[in-house]
Design a protein around this ligand. Structure first.
Ligand SMILES: [Zn+2]
Length: 435
């Protein structure tokens, strides 16, 4: 009797342990185990190889499964030996790198924690394969397209690229039960009209234009709902649904059509947070998806959180807004009060960004990720006029200074009070208050 009680207690304890991976525990797991140490956009193919060597040393199964146009190796990682086949691919667009780092950390964690009950359960229920960098040439050049200038994600039917031929063959030969298509979206993508960045957007990708609601689609909606619930505490209000137009030449749509229902995850940005933070959010989301598939808990879940996600919005966010600046009376236009909206180009984290003026005058309807009140300052554009399209390199002068605006060597004779350059304060940070 006592033995029976003890063993049922053990059973309760074990099942408790299996189900006990809370989102916070997953976040802590990433914090204490992640092996990625570069910002994802700085990870080149050679850096990926360094990561993969570490994974190999841990025991992760890694195979070279193909080559790019420039003969760069394309790899696949594998974990588990269960009957349900789960496939993921990342960075088919070379400048969309966040999930690549998340996948590295996921496989590292799974391999080094395979004795934990919940990981053991994953490995007996699922076989997980992931291609961490499908477009290594694009990743090297930091471009969306491959070396032929072709968007691999519009090449699912033409198959003009070696990367697309490889991706299709991976689906056709293995026939996964579910796949995750991992991308990045623009950092200025918003959650509806909320003025908040969409840091993660999801889409359950239909397999036909009529959006037929198959069992696979419903399962994927429940899984996305579980992922939303898991990551919401970390990025509350920053989760949206990606647009679901049928794209006949894209891979997600065709994987779904070929019998592998796809979940699209698009990572955006979160102002004030580094890229690796969103790799961590990917880690939490994808681990949650694995867990809900392995335990079958998704079957009892609801599609509601997915169904009620706000849609992605665009056209409302800019990187910076300066409000109430006054044009300097230096002969280049009147000294009117203007608002300035600025946007920056996508870039690697370690590269200087080019920031351009998007709007001068009224910025009604726009919200800046960062906003400054420039009231009381004259603004001088370093290169020519304050006009849309120009680089945003600004000198700010307090209005109560006595300045000869016609001076040829203006900035040498009259040092600016604040300088905004490359999206940062080169001088006078804090002088213009944040709005
Ligand atoms: Zn993409």
């Amino acid at each position: 009797m006592r033995k029976a009680i003890l063993s049922s207690l053990i059973a309760i304890f074990v099942s408790f342990t299996i189900n006990a991976q809370t989102p916070q525990e997953l976040a802590d797991a990433w914090d204490s185990t992640h092996i990625t140490d570069k910002e994802p956009s700085d990870v080149r193919h050679s850096d990926l190889k360094v990561y993969l060597e570490k994974l190999r040393a841990q025991g992760v199964k890694i195979a070279e499964i193909g080559r790019s146009n420039a003969d760069r190796e394309i790899y696949q990682m594998e974990f588990g030996s269960g009957p349900m086949k789960v496939f993921l691919w990342s960075q088919m667009h070379g400048d969309e790198p966040t999930a690549t780092s998340a996948l590295i950390d996921i496989f590292s964690y799974l391999e080094t924690h395979k004795d934990m009950p919940w990981v053991k359960e994953l490995s007996t229920k699922l076989t997980i394969r992931a291609v961490p960098m499908l477009n290594p040439d694009g990743a090297e050049l930091y471009t969306r397209r491959n070396l032929q200038g072709i968007d691999i994600n519009r090449d699912a039917l033409n198959l003009a690229t070696p990367e697309a031929r490889l991706l299709k063959s991976l689906q056709q030969q293995w026939r996964p039960s579910i796949a995750f298509n991992l991308h990045n979206q623009q950092e200025l993508t918003a959650v509806g009209r909320s003025g908040k960045q969409a840091s993660i957007s999801f889409l359950v990708v239909y397999g036909d234009e009529a959006k037929t609601e198959t069992d696979g689609m419903l399962r994927n909606k429940r899984i996305v709902s579980a992922m939303v619930k898991a990551i919401e505490p970390f990025i509350r209000g920053h989760i949206a649904r990606y647009g679901d137009d049928w794209t006949p030449t894209a891979f997600g749509d065709n994987f779904s059509a070929w019998g592998t229902p796809v979940i699209l995850i698009e990572t955006g940005a979160l102002v004030g947070q580094k890229e690796l933070y969103l790799a961590k959010i990917n880690f939490i989301a994808i681990m949650t998806a694995f867990s809900s598939l392995a335990t079958g808990s998704e079957a009892a879940g609801s599609t509601q959180l997915y169904d009620t996600l706000p849609h992605n919005g665009s056209g409302t966010l800019v990187n910076f807004i300066f409000r109430n600046a006054r044009r300097a009376p230096n002969g280049k236009g009147s000294n009117a009060v203007v608002d300035l909206a600025l946007v920056s180009a996508r870039r690697r984290a370690s590269f200087t960004t080019s920031i351009r003026i998007a709007r001068v005058g009224s910025v009604n309807g726009l919200r800046g990720l960062e906003e400054f009140d420039a009231a009381g300052f004259y603004v001088v554009q370093r290169f020519g006029n304050l006009a849309p399209g120009k680089l945003a390199e600004f000198y700010f002068y307090k209005m109560d200074r006595d300045i000869d605006w016609k001076a040829k060597d203006l900035t040498e004779r009259f040092e600016p009070d604040a300088i905004f350059s490359g999206g940062m304060w080169a001088k006078g940070e804090g002088l213009l208050p944040k709005v």
